[in-house]
Design a protein around this ligand. Structure first.
Ligand code: LHQ
Length: 306
């Protein structure tokens, strides 16, 4: 039996007593003596994986460095996402961070060495690590929820924005930190920002590199929802639970259609909707959904394609 950190939170005054079993947040090395019943695999040091009831939770776990990304963390996160993508038990993924931050982006100590530029320039780091990660999240055929527990900076912000539903703690903030250190927004930021908040706000965020509080991020449509800190875990658990019993295949097709809309004409999009509806309509979940409606009962979705 592994033990978890309950709702251990490194921010001053934010530690809380152990929470009910299903809302535990993990933090390696922190023990509160609170036993949890989830099937937990500690895949490595820097990403924790917990699975329960159709929900796979991936926790970035370098709290002392604000969950800054290293190559090792990338490898573990990618492995966790790839496993979630193919695991039929997994119907929804939750991505969050341990401690007081979601992620401060690239670990600058890892790329800051005098020889790094020659061996691993910033562009090749994106090619090797961030670009595959963002594509993996964007094409994963299950909903990916990001639970932004604290600051999301640099690529950390843009990894969060690549997720399908972004919930953020009221104390969290989003920081396109790149201009502060002479870099360009990456990890899909220059693609996501104008689409989410419009060109004017995207330019301001990218060029001024000012921190955007979670409530403002919600007001601007950058994220789905800002939630009081002490409600975040429960609210994300509730929405994940709901999505874990949803018609997963239809959600995957909806995700594909919405993604395609950014480059399609209306005519192309209508054709795509026709093709995807043909697939969705032939799925057992559509048959079940329609039958349940007609029989005035709750549907029972399997999430499968066939
Ligand atoms: C960190 C980091 C960090 C290492 C905090 N690295 N240690 C991809 C590929 C290739 C090239 C380049 O770009 C990219 C994408 C990127 O993501 S580039 C952008 C990288 N991120 C940033 O520029 C943000 C850097 N961090 C900060 O500005 C601050 O830490 C924020 C505003 C996030 C939080 O400030 P504070 O709350 O005051 O915390 P802190 O600065 O004291 O950080 C706590 C610790 O975490 C500290 O370590 P220490 O050992 O001194 O306690 C920091 O050094 C460490 N840390 N971010 N990115």
């Amino acid at each position: 039996m592994l033990r978890c950190g309950g709702t251990i939170d490194n921010r001053p005054g934010h530690s809380k007593p152990p929470a009910p079993i299903r809302s535990c947040r993990l933090a390696a090395g922190l023990e509160c003596g609170h036993e949890i019943e989830e099937d937990i695999h500690v895949s490595g040091k820097t990403v924790l994986i917990a699975q329960e009831g159709g929900v796979t939770r991936l926790t970035l776990n370098r709290p002392d460095k604000l969950n800054a990304f290293t190559l090792g963390m990338h490898a573990e996160l990618r492995a966790g996402l790839e496993a979630a993508a193919t695991d039929p038990q997994c119907r929804v993924v939750v991505l969050t961070g341990a401690g007081r931050a979601f992620s401060a982006g690239q670990d600058l100590a890892e790329i800051g060495g005098p020889t790094d530029a020659a061996t691993d320039d910033a562009g090749s780091r994106l090619e090797k690590a961030y670009n595959p990660l963002i594509k993996l999240i964007a094409t994963l055929e299950k909903p990916v929820i990001c639970s932004v527990n604290g600051i999301a900076a640099g690529a950390g912000a843009n990894v969060a924005l690549a997720c399908d539903l972004v919930y953020a703690a009221r104390s969290a903030s989003f920081l396109q930190a790149f201009a502060r250190i002479g870099l360009v927004p990456d990890a899909g930021g220059t693609w996501a920002l104008p689409r989410l908040v419009g060109a004017a706000r995207a330019r301001g965020l990218a060029m001024l590199a000012e921190s955007l509080p979670a409530a403002q991020a919600e007001a601007w449509g950058l994220i789905w929802k800002c939630v009081d800190d002490d409600k975040l875990a429960a609210e994300v658990a509730a929405v994940a639970g709901k999505l874990a019993t949803a018609p997963t295949y239809a959600l995957a097709l909806a995700k594909r259609a919405l993604a395609a809309s950014s480059t399609n004409t209306l005519a192309q999009q209508l054709d795509l909707e026709r093709d995807l509806q043909k697939l969705a309509g032939a799925s057992p979940d559509a048959r079940e959904g329609i039958a349940a409606f007609l029989e005035k009962r709750a549907p029972k979705y399997t999430g499968s394609k066939t």
